[in-house]
Design a protein around this ligand. Structure first.
Ligand SMILES: [Mn+2]
Length: 289
């Protein structure tokens, strides 16, 4: 059996390949993933260490068989790690990111993961007073060792920050203020300010969020227009669950009243929500009835 460091290195290596990633000016796969519409795409929002919901989603509607059979792609919106119920518990985060790394390494060109703000060992990720990035790094070091920690850091560093497809844009948190063009997204791994907005922004009106890191309906319109998407293209984000997550089922269509702006939070244990996109047609599914 492969050890943890080998698995992480293999996943990082898979991200170094050019699959649907136009190269940036340094010759590396850029920050933008451009997905063709030849296969159905299943979009999975933040899981926050809820591996049970990934099981439910893969078991739903024959998704696992479709993935294995080359008929389905998976796109994760980031933040698979950091338990949202017990902020300090990190073992489930390690197990889930390892499952996702194995999916990426085992399905070249069919499983993708966008970077979220929690996909980090940094000291900037704090929830409920717990520095989850630092705790996560310490847990990986303790459980898996130094080589694995380094390989996982490389995996995080190489993750794309945005996915563009027919009729949709997907990012972890939200578009940057003023929108962004295709070229900027391709260069985003070299632009800390842009990368930070893509993984941290929230819609204007979210209580207590700094105004400099918010986007409004005009920013969504600018992003669509600058990316060559139609005015009604879907903008799909995770990151900002609203209100009672379990009661709402973890999906907010036209969130904040912005048409075509949808928030997906797949950690909702009540419903295990995910989306499918086929030729720009977006459908909501609940893997748990
Ligand atoms: Mn997030």
């Amino acid at each position: 059996m492969k050890d943890a460091a080998e698995l992480a290195a293999e996943a990082a290596e898979a991200l170094a390949g050019p699959d649907f990633r136009p190269r940036d000016s340094r010759g590396r796969p850029g920050g933008l993933l451009e997905l063709p519409s030849d296969l159905e795409l299943a979009v999975i929002g933040d899981l926050h260490a809820c591996g049970g919901n990934l099981d439910l989603i893969l078991a739903h509607r024959g998704n696992r068989a479709a993935l294995e059979g080359g008929r389905l792609r998976l796109l994760f919106l980031g933040d698979a790690v950091h338990n949202d119920v017990d902020y300090r518990e990190m073992d489930t985060s390690i197990l889930l990111i390892e499952r996702i790394m194995a999916l990426i390494a085992g399905h070249p060109g069919r499983v993708f993961y966008l970077r979220g703000n929690h996909d980090s060992f940094g000291d900037d990720v704090m929830k409920g007073g717990v520095l989850q990035g630092l705790e996560f790094g310490a847990a990986v070091l303790r459980r898996r060792g130094r080589d694995c920690l380094a390989a996982m850091q490389l995996f995080f560093d190489r993750l794309p920050l945005a996915a563009l497809g027919e009729g949709f844009l997907a990012v972890h948190a939200g578009p940057p203020r003023g929108g962004c063009g295709r070229g900027e997204l391709i260069e985003a791994l070299s632009s800390p300010a842009l990368a930070m907005q893509l993984v941290w922004n929230r819609a204007a009106g979210y209580p207590g969020w700094p105004a400099g890191m918010t986007y409004a309906e005009g920013d969504l319109a600018s992003a669509r227009s600058r990316l060559g998407l139609g005015p009604r293209a879907h903008v799909i984000v995770g990151h900002t669950p609203l209100g009672d997550i379990e009661a709402t089922g973890g999906f907010w269509r036209d969130a904040f009243g912005y048409s075509g702006h949808h928030i997906l939070f797949s950690a909702a244990r009540s419903r295990a929500p995910y989306l499918s996109i086929t030729a720009s047609e977006l459908r909501l599914h609940f893997a748990k009835e």
